[in-house]
Design a protein around this ligand. Structure first.
Ligand code: 5GP
Length: 121
């Protein structure tokens, strides 16, 4: 397997702690360390894929699984009135950690609607 040089690789290995939302053999989800809304978590593949632009045909099942987890985990985290997803890709896409991740964030019912259209509120 390709070596994973990112901080998310260390989180997958358990070298750096995280506030876990979900884990199975292929996927890990955990709260963002710097939340932009009341709830903000990341869904990542355990397989090292640097960016969305690096996805290959064999990854589509994994990506579908990650996307399917979004509404399930969002609801579990209390985002029952809506949420936003974002995948920042590459330097000009504002990506900071080069391990593919889906941002899921939003406010709980009664909270403010998200105002910006970008992935970073
Ligand atoms: P990007 O800008 O690459 O789309 O998003 C990277 C995200 O990872 C940022 O929202 C940042 O707050 C989060 N992040 C960076 N380092 C850590 C960490 O060590 N732990 C957690 N939980 N989140 C992190």
């Amino acid at each position: 397997m390709t070596e994973n040089p990112t901080i998310f690789g260390k989180i997958i290995n358990g070298d750096i702690p995280c506030k876990k939302v979900f884990e199975d053999d292929e996927v890990l989800a955990f709260h963002d360390i710097n939340p932009v809304a009341q709830v903000h978590f990341l869904i990542i593949p355990k397989k090292f894929i640097p960016t969305l632009a690096d996805v290959v045909a064999g990854d589509t099942g994994l990506l579908g699984k990650m996307l399917g987890l979004v509404p399930v985990l969002a609801a579990e985290q209390g985002l029952t009135a809506g949420f936003r997803t974002a995948i920042n890709t590459g330097k000009l896409g504002g990506q900071e950690v080069y391990h593919l991740h889906i941002h899921v964030f939003g406010n709980r019912p009664g909270g403010e609607p998200l105002r910006t259209i970008a992935g970073k509120a």
